[in-house]
Design a protein around this ligand. Structure first.
Ligand SMILES: Nc1ncnc2c1ncn2[C@@H]1O[C@H](COP(=O)(O)OP(=O)(O)O)[C@@H](O)[C@H]1O
Ligand SMILES: [Mg+2]
Length: 528
């Protein structure tokens, strides 16, 4: 059985009720703590100022008389100013450090009823941070009881999730946060809902980088901005949301745009300028299409995340910026690392929290809710409400949820379809004919990638067995091969960027390996 060990301060007011016999009729916190029927205190560390040692001795005696098995250990502490937070915390901290408390063998309780409120706050902080490896206990008089002096005690568990009332409250808060991240759309897809539920927790508990991946239009940018807004609502960020599309940061300007520059740092730098990193101080920096960043910028970025410091172009004075990074990409960063296009250390740093947003075609059950959402969005933007006729809606949803609908641009395609339908609808009603016309438009917009299968068909038995993604890529590779004279020149064109950063660039063998994955060889292609 564990020993119950309590730590308490002598209550110079509450414990002090005089010496006469009638003191037993009065409630005294430390005596009460040791008088409980269902709580046996084996050891009580009673902290007191030397000036109050008489009172301490008397309380000790009285405790022995009600609880002979309690060993009272008198400890002197001296607070020069018991209302000075710094002093009280430091002294209690040092005192806890000196004790060899052993939570395996001891059930440790910090009694918080006595002492100044500064002492009470400090004991809470020490317990919460586990510098005091126990729990808090409070005692109070029990006015209805037959012997009021015994009072009652209550252990305060700092694991708040154990309180039903609070757990419910937290649950509601969590659901509200998730609903906010989903933009109020009541999504049904279980995998997506799980993903959002976890992102909600991470958003409000962590400032570590988050990586959002997924196809274009899957909602990465929107989610990043909502994560920021959620943090802002919970007062977790003071700064701004700074969104940067890395694809627009090319060449020499990239460094200056991100990290800022001094006046005269380069030709054309007429004025000093803050970079995006500085603007995002105490806020969130969203680097969309992070895979497009150059290797040098990647190295600087990693340094800036790890040290919260960076150097503007042309300056040898480091600037500080403390921001949360959210990175977005639709590229496979692992593969880019393998190809030497993305720094492995940066990937390791940014993918602590990695979320892959599903494509719309993998969330077909969510399409009806999203159609409603888009209709409302159209109305809010245009101040004009448009609705589907019943059969028109059924036809549209049937198509939208069928495997025929590829939704290659995900929400962008869905948003565009609803915008077109609403704009073209007569009398604010979308009719069946409108829907048929829109279905044709959507199909046509998705056939461009399918045309590639026509070229592929020259080389492959059944191109439809390939993912759309591979069809596109392979088609491009084949068209380069067809117009190139040699394997090496095709390789140079295809790997034009990554070949520069590789120590030994063997474009020919990279191309051969790629083709081999599809059972193709250079000579076969040239023979066609
Ligand atoms: N969960 C969602 N539900 C409905 N519409 C969305 C959702 N996420 C994004 N959108 C809309 O889809 C479009 C593309 O979203 P965006 O976040 O820019 O995608 P990404 O950054 O992944 O390319 C935007 O118009 C956005 O408002
Ligand atoms: Mg985006």
């Amino acid at each position: 059985m564990k020993k119950t060990v309590a730590v308490s301060l002598l209550g110079t007011q509450l414990d002090f009720v005089g010496k006469r016999g009638n003191r037993w009729a009065r409630w005294r916190p430390n005596v009460s703590l040791c008088s409980q029927e269902d709580l046996q205190i084996n050891e009580l560390y009673l902290l007191h100022d030397e000036r109050h040692s008489r009172l301490a001795n008397q309380i000790t005696e009285d405790i022995y008389s009600v609880s002979p098995d309690t060993k009272v250990i008198l400890e002197t502490t001296h607070f020069i100013d018991p209302w000075d937070f710094g002093e009280v915390y430091a002294k209690l901290f040092d005192w806890c450090k000196e004790q060899s408390f052993d939570p395996e063998q001891q059930d440790l309780l910090f009694h918080i009823t006595t002492g100044t409120h500064v002492v009470q706050i400090c004991s809470y902080l020490l317990t919460e941070s586990r510098h005091f490896p126990g729990r808090l206990i409070q005692s109070s008089p029990d006015r209805d009881a037959a012997s009021p002096s015994v009072g009652q005690v209550q252990i305060i568990d700092l694991d708040l999730s154990k309180y039903d009332q609070l757990a419910n409250r937290f649950d509601i808060e969590h659901q509200e946060g998730s609903a906010f991240l989903k933009g109020g759309i009541n999504t049904q897809n279980a995998a997506f809902n799980r993903l959002i539920s976890e992102i909600e927790k991470v958003a409000i508990r962590s400032c570590e980088p988050i990586l959002l991946t997924g196809a274009t239009g899957a909602g990465k940018s929107q989610l990043a901005s909502r994560i920021f807004q959620l943090k802002k609502r919970r007062a977790m960020v003071k700064g701004e949301f700074v969104a940067v599309n890395c694809a627009t940061l090319r060449g020499e300007n990239a460094m200056a745009a991100l990290f800022g520059h001094t006046k005269g740092a380069f030709t054309g730098a007429l004025k000093a300028r803050d970079g995006f990193l500085l603007t995002a101080h105490h806020g969130v920096l969203f680097l969309d299409e992070v895979g497009e960043l150059g290797l040098e910028e990647q190295a600087m970025l990693l340094h800036a995340i790890e040290n919260k410091q960076f150097y503007p172009v042309g300056s040898d004075k480091a600037l500080c910026s403390d921001f949360q990074l959210i990175a977005g990409t639709n590229r496979d960063l692992k593969q880019m690392v393998a190809q030497g296009q993305f720094r492995e250390d940066l990937l390791a740093r940014i993918n602590l929290w990695h979320y892959q947003l599903p494509a719309l075609r993998d969330r077909r059950e969510d399409i009806p809710a999203n159609v409603e959402f888009e209709l409302t969005r159209f109305m809010e933007k245009n101040n004009h409400r448009v609705q589907f006729n019943k059969e028109a809606k059924t036809a549209f949803l049937r198509f939208a949820q069928s495997p025929e609908a590829l939704w290659l641009g995900n929400f962008r395609d869905l948003g565009a379809a609803i915008t077109r339908l609403c704009t073209l609808a007569d009398q604010s009603r979308i009719a069946l004919d409108d829907v048929h016309a829109e279905i044709e438009r959507l199909k046509a917009s998705w056939t461009a990638p399918r045309e590639s299968s026509l070229v592929l068909a020259d080389h492959l038995a059944d191109p439809s067995q390939l993912d759309n993604f591979d069809q596109q890529q392979l088609n491009y590779v084949l068209s380069v091969c067809q117009s190139a004279n040699t394997l090496a020149s095709a390789g140079r064109e295809l790997f034009n960027v990554s070949r520069l950063s590789k120590s030994s660039s063997n474009d020919s063998s990279r191309l051969q390996k790629y083709l081999a994955k599809f059972g193709l060889a250079w000579k076969d292609i040239k023979r066609q």
